[in-house]
Write a protein that binds this ligand. Structure first.
Ligand code: GTP
Ligand code: MG
Length: 195
């Protein structure tokens, strides 16, 4: 799935702009700056594919990428604090929620959580939306390289505990580092098994 060409398809700013729902897709959601775009680059092995930066609010559109012939990878704008004008942020937050609750071919939402911080209130709101929309989601901890091995278990326990309250949660949590490559092969394999 990730061996072949991956390419940018389009950036979407309204539901009407979504590409035809002709194949399954997985999306990457999470707070601004959590590492969504970086994770897509790590998964595809193409550093500049999705634009990443240290400014929260970098991704402001729903960006579609192909992976193989029959999967889309979808990079989403972040939620929570963003360094962008409020009306702009509100517009993409609305779109984000419409997308997460209304995309027929969305097979799984990967919800990224910073491994240093665990699940926050803003994350909970998104998890509830996914529950009510019956979209299976799976938590991916990011930036594992910034957390000492001895501190990881506490974050995993917090996330596991939070997930137990969400009917749409897939129980396995994936610990990743886009920087160091941890968990990337695992996540590729998970995506490849989705049909
Ligand atoms: P928005 O598009 O603004 O919502 O952000 P995003 O979630 O797409 O985050 P992005 O991938 O742009 O990364 C944000 C910052 O975190 C960048 O400076 C990345 O280099 C850094 N980053 C992402 N993943 C990792 C990681 O695994 N380890 C470390 N150390 N830094 C990371
Ligand atoms: Mg981004």
């Amino acid at each position: 799935l990730f061996a072949g060409e991956t390419e940018f398809v389009k950036g979407v700013v309204a539901m009407s702009g979504l590409p035809p729902a002709d194949r399954m897709e997985v999306c990457f959601a999470g707070r601004s700056n959590v590492g969504k775009s970086s994770l897509i680059n790590a998964l595809t092995g193409r550093k500049g594919l999705a634009r990443a930066s240290n400014t929260p609010g970098r991704t402001q559109e729903i960006n579609y990428f192909t992976a193989g012939d029959d999967h889309y990878l979808v990079d989403l704008p972040g939620y929570g604090y963003a360094n962008a004008p409020l009306p702009v942020v509100e517009k993409w937050q609305r779109l984000l929620k419409q997308y997460l609750s209304g995309r027929q071919t969305l097979r799984r939402a990967f919800v990224l959580i910073d491994a240093r911080h665990g699940i926050k209130k803003v994350d909970e709101d998104i998890l509830k939306l996914l529950d009510t929309s019956a979209v299976t989601f799976q938590c991916v901890l990011t930036k594992a390289d910034k957390v000492k091995a001895k501190d990881r278990e506490a974050v995993l326990a917090q996330v596991r505990q939070a997930l137990s309250k969400h009917p749409a949660a897939f129980p396995e949590i994936v610990l990743t580092s886009s920087e160091k490559g941890d968990g990337i092969e695992t996540l590729r394999a998970i995506i490849a098994t989705l049909e």
